[in-house]
Design a protein around this ligand. Structure first.
Ligand code: FE
Length: 292
């Protein structure tokens, strides 16, 4: 591992119970208020339930404009359909990367009436100059997302970004399937056995946070604890040292280049100005948003 692990824990944002779509119960780990963002990340929702009443209502037809959504399933089965004719089935380990940009209207509905539904939806902002570019959509099956051993007892699934292997994967490199975006996002899912330690690379140019969804983790040289189901905002620096607690840890590491522009959000529209939000609402009502 070559990255310098100099970042420390700057702030903990506990997730809060929230409801979205037609009444899906979830935990909002970032974005529960407008100050709880971490540029370029607007929101991170975790949906996790064994009770169908919490998820059956799903997310019926709704619009987006001005940003990207990234859905990562751990358990369960969701179906996506949008007004541009895209359809996708998301199963365990699959990712859907949707660039709403100037407009998409879609539904995200569970395809199961029992069992566990678990996963994440991340909202990643777009810079103003890209908010009105054409919409794009990509399904990435789990089999196309590399998993690499990075240290004894430590594995990483790389959705976006790059990480070097260690242990039996020493000398190898895993490169995530998503690239070429101006925020240069990094999205890595770590599975750490109890006590495992990794030095995770994060470019110095990026803002970064972790979200611990199973177990607990200690961050940085000072071994600062990040509680379970909480976002840990990282200080500036290079990479970050992550140590799993006594029961191991599963966590997401997210990083991206800050956009540093004003944000005006109205529900599923995220623009730079109030006038642009009013235009988005008008375009949705007139059907112009649907034409993308
Ligand atoms: Fe949506």
């Amino acid at each position: 591992m070559t990255a310098l692990a100099t970042r420390s824990l700057f702030r903990v944002i506990p997730s809060v119970a929230a409801s979205d779509g037609a009444g899906v119960k979830l935990r909002r780990g970032l974005g529960s208020t407008q100050t709880m963002r971490h540029d370029p990340f607007l929101m991170l929702d975790e949906f996790f339930s064994d009770n169908p009443e919490d998820y059956l209502a799903g997310f019926p037809s709704h619009p987006h404009r001005g940003f990207e959504t990234v859905t990562y399933m751990l358990d369960g089965h969701m179906r996506h359909e949008d007004n541009h004719g895209n359809q996708g089935d998301l199963g365990p380990g699959d990712v859907q990367w949707m660039t709403a940009a100037r407009g998409i209207i879609h539904s995200e509905m569970p395809q199961q009436s029992e069992g566990r539904m678990r996963g994440f939806q991340l909202w990643l902002n777009l810079p103003g100059r890209e908010k009105m570019k054409p919409a794009a959509y990509r399904d990435i099956p789990s089999a196309q997302i590399p998993v690499i051993e990075i240290a004894p007892g430590a594995k990483a699934k790389v959705i976006a970004g790059v990480i070097e292997g260690g242990g039996k994967d020493a000398g190898k490199k895993a490169i995530g399937p998503i690239g070429g975006l101006s925020t240069d996002p990094r999205y890595i899912d770590f599975h750490l056995d109890a006590g495992a330690v990794v030095d995770a690379p994060v470019p110095a140019s990026h803002n970064a946070f972790v979200y611990v969804y199973d177990g607990d983790a200690l961050l940085g040289e000072k071994r600062q604890p990040v509680p379970n189901r909480a976002a840990g905002i990282l200080s500036d620096g290079e990479g970050v040292r992550i140590e799993a607690g006594a029961s191991g840890a599963r966590l997401l590491l997210l990083a991206g280049i800050a956009i540093n522009e004003p944000i005006v959000q109205y529900g599923p529209f995220v623009m730079n100005t109030r006038a642009e939000i009013e235009q988005a609402v008008a375009d949705y009502q007139s059907g112009a948003l649907a034409r993308g």
